[in-house]
Design a protein around this ligand. Structure first.
Ligand code: SAM
Length: 291
C-alpha cells in the first residue's frame, strides 16, 4: 500500500520520477502535509454521496484526500505535464476524473451536468493557483452552479478581504461581491512551511456557503455592483463624493444623489466601507429609479 501522495517523501519521489519542474507562472505550490489536507476536507463536510469539483489537482495531494470521502471528484488541471502523473498517482481512485482545461475557459456547468448526474450535494474544494484566485471564485459564483459552497485555500490577505465585515479596513467591493452570493468565513490559517516550493505569502482557507437567495434583493444586479465599485473608488472620500465622481454626469446630478442618500437613510458624509450590503441595495434601487 502506497503512502499518501502528500507525504514529503512520496511527493519528492513522484517529482523525481517524472522530472517535474514547478511553473511559478501557474501558481504551483503543492501541499505536503496530510494533516492540513484532511482539515481542509473536513471543512467541506462531504458525505459518501457528495460530489466535489477541484481546481488544479497538481500531483493529486488534495484530490486523493477528497476522493477518500466523496462519491465523485472532477478536477480541472491546466498543465498538461501533470496529466500522466495524475493518471499514475490517482489510479487507486477510479471515481476521480481529471479534465485538462483552464478553469477560466471551462464550461463548468455542462461538465457538472455530465459528470455529477444524480449527485445532490456538490462542493468546490481546492488549493487555488494564487495568480487567479479572485477570477476563479467570481466565475464559479456568477455561473450559478448547483453547488452547496466552496472550501478553498488562497492568499491570507485575499481571504480576509473576502470575509471582511463593514467598518473594517479589509471591507470592499470584493467582500460585497462574494458575500452577495455566500456566507464567507476564514476557517484556517496555513503556514508557508506546508508547501513545496514555499509561497512568499501567507495562506488561509475560506469557506463560502451559498445563500438560498442573494444577501439583498436588488432591481438590477449590474447597476448594484457598479454603485458598490464607485463607492469604494477612493476609500478616503465620502460616499457622496465617490458617487459624484463615479456616476456619469454626477456633478449635475448631485442633488438627486443627495436625495437618494437621504431616502435610503445614509449620511452623505459616511465612507463606502461603513455601508452594509442592505444599505448598498437600498441606495442602488433608489438611484436606479431616480438618475
Ligand atoms: N492541489 C495541489 C496541491 O494542493 O498540492 C496543487 C495546488 S497548486 C497551488 C495550483 C494548481 O492549479 C497547479 O496544479 C496548477 O497547474 C493549476 N492551475 C493553475 N492555473 C490553472 C487554471 N487556470 N485552470 C486549472 N488549473 C490551474
Amino acid at each position: 500500500m502506497n503512502k499518501d501522495i502528500a507525504t514529503p517523501l512520496r511527493t519528492k519521489a513522484i517529482l523525481e520520477k517524472y522530472g517535474f519542474s514547478f511553473k511559478k507562472s501557474l501558481g504551483q505550490n503543492f501541499l505536503i502535509d496530510t494533516n492540513i489536507l484532511n482539515r481542509i476536507v473536513d471543512h467541506a463536510e462531504l458525505t459518501e454521496a457528495s460530489g466535489a469539483i477541484e481546481i488544479g489537482p497538481g500531483i493529486g495531494a488534495l484530490t486523493e484526500q477528497i476522493a477518500k470521502r466523496a462519491k465523485k471528484v472532477v478536477a480541472f488541471e491546466i498543465d498538461q505535464r501533470l496529466l500522466p502523473i495524475l493518471k499514475d498517482t490517482l489510479s487507486p481512485y477510479p471515481h476521480v476524473e481529471v479534465i485538462h482545461q483552464d478553469i477560466l475557459k471551462a464550461d463548468v456547468s455542462t461538465v457538472v451536468n455530465e459528470t455529477m448526474d444524480g449527485i445532490e450535494d456538490i462542493m468546490v474544494v481546492a488549493n487555488l493557483p494564487y495568480y487567479v484566485t479572485t477570477p476563479i471564485i467570481m466565475k464559479l459564483l456568477e455561473e450559478q452552479l448547483p453547488i452547496r459552497g466552496m472550501v478553498v485555500m488562497l492568499q491570507k490577505e485575499v481571504a480576509e478581504r473576502i470575509s471582511a465585515k463593514p467598518g473594517t479596513k479589509d471591507y470592499g467591493s470584493l467582500s460585497i461581491a462574494v458575500q452577495y452570493y455566500t456566507k464567507a468565513e476564514v476557517v484556517m490559517i496555513v503556514p508557508r512551511t506546508v508547501f513545496v516550493p514555499q509561497p512568499n505569502v501567507d495562506s488561509a482557507v475560506i469557506r463560502l456557503l451559498r445563500r438560498p437567495e442573494p444577501a439583498v434583493k436588488v432591481k438590477n444586479e449590474e447597476f448594484f455592483f457598479d454603485i458598490v465599485r464607485a463607492s469604494f473608488a477612493q476609500r478616503r472620500k465620502t460616499i457622496l463624493n465617490n458617487l459624484i465622481s463615479g456616476i456619469p454626469d454626477g456633478k449635475e446630478k448631485k442633488s438627486v444623489i443627495e436625495k437618494c442618500l437621504a431616502d435610503a437613510e445614509i449620511d452623505p458624509r459616511r465612507r463606502g466601507e461603513t455601508l452594509s450590503i442592505e444599505e448598498f441595495g437600498r441606495l442602488s434601487d433608489l438611484l436606479l429609479d431616480s438618475l
